[in-house]
Design a binder for this molecule. Structure first.
Ligand code: ATP
Ligand code: MG
Length: 278
């Protein structure tokens, strides 16, 4: 696989589109998250601009899931600022916005490792419930959106199946379709392929690759290094609750600046998942 999305960054890692810096869709500033006395995120700042595909890599326990969960407000940050476009979603100073959190989550969707489908509902019902209940779409619109995105992920033939009748890869593709029916501005993925049997990883990564090519803004926590290298426009390496390195994958995977990044990547080099710089 070669590089699939071309992107331009300035020297401060600002994403440039049509010759200018695009305003961010997500802004995270000085984010701190403590669980009891354990400081899991330690003053973390970054932005996501429309069209970026940001892969987040790092060791187990470095805080990757906590970061995504804070962005989506599944966790309440301890300190810092989270903004969606110009709207403050969390601030320890000014007080959060009045937006209901479920409306925010239609704009900033999330796909989980464990799919989180409703097991008592069919594939079609899973993909209609959000647009019906949260976006208040009529039945026809909701059905059309479900079919559009189930077709995109190759799951339209399974509309009447229940999740238990599907393979892991199929369930994850349904979960992605369900997230897409809300037509979010950003989709967050927390290790979407980690719960899958190896032979099903490819079909899910392929769907995500197509979404990247179509310009969907994504933040993807992943252990799939070749995918991160080829599909992300920018890769973030997290270490001990901090962003240790934030760079274009062409540099981060071949000439990491931080010794911790080098050490982390060498484990994947040794396992053959990625090749050494040529
Ligand atoms: N709800 C919680 N209560 C207490 N500690 C938590 C909670 N959630 C996460 N932690 C701790 O925060 C740290 C970071 O966890 P997190 O799940 O964000 O890491 P991660 O980078 O996603 O790891 P992995 O690659 O294993 O998924 C870990 O030490 C974890 O034990
Ligand atoms: Mg995690």
């Amino acid at each position: 696989m070669g590089k699939i999305v071309s992107a331009t960054y300035d020297e401060n890692m600002n994403y440039i589109k049509d010759g200018r810096i695009v305003p961010p869709v997500i802004t995270v500033k000085h984010l701190v998250k403590n669980f009891g006395s354990h400081e899991v995120l330690r003053d973390l700042s970054f932005m996501v601009r429309p069209g970026e595909v940001v892969c987040v890599i790092g060791s187990s326990g470095s805080g990757k899931s906590t970061l995504l969960r804070c962005i989506n407000l599944l966790e309440t940050p301890t300190k810092g600022l989270i903004k969606y476009k110009d709207e403050t979603k969390f601030s320890d100073e000014a007080g959060g916005s009045s937006w209901p959190v479920n409306k925010y989550r239609t704009k900033v969707g999330m796909v989980f490792q464990s799919f989180n489908l409703f097991n008592n509902m069919t594939v079609l019902q899973n993909c209609m419930v959000g647009t019906r209940k949260v976006l208040k779409k009529d039945k026809k619109t909701s059905y059309d959106l479900a079919m559009k995105y189930l077709t995109k992920v190759g799951m339209a033939p399974y509309i009447n199946a229940k999740p238990a009748q599907l393979s892991g890869g199929q369930k994850q593709r349904v979960a992605i379709a369900r997230a897409l029916t809300m037509e979010p501005e950003v989709l967050l993925f927390d290790e979407p392929t980690s719960a899958l049997d190896p032979e099903m990883v490819g079909e899910v990564l392929h769907v995500m690759e197509e979404l990247a090519q179509e310009g969907l803004t994504m933040v993807i926590v992943t252990h799939e290094m070749a995918f991160a290298r080829d599909v992300s426009t920018r890769t973030i390496f997290m270490d001990g609750g901090l962003i240790a390195e934030d760079d274009i994958p062409e540099r981060l995977f071949t000439q990491p600046k931080n010794p911790r990044t080098r050490e982390f990547l060498s484990r994947f080099l040794n396992s053959g998942q990625i090749q050494a710089a040529g």
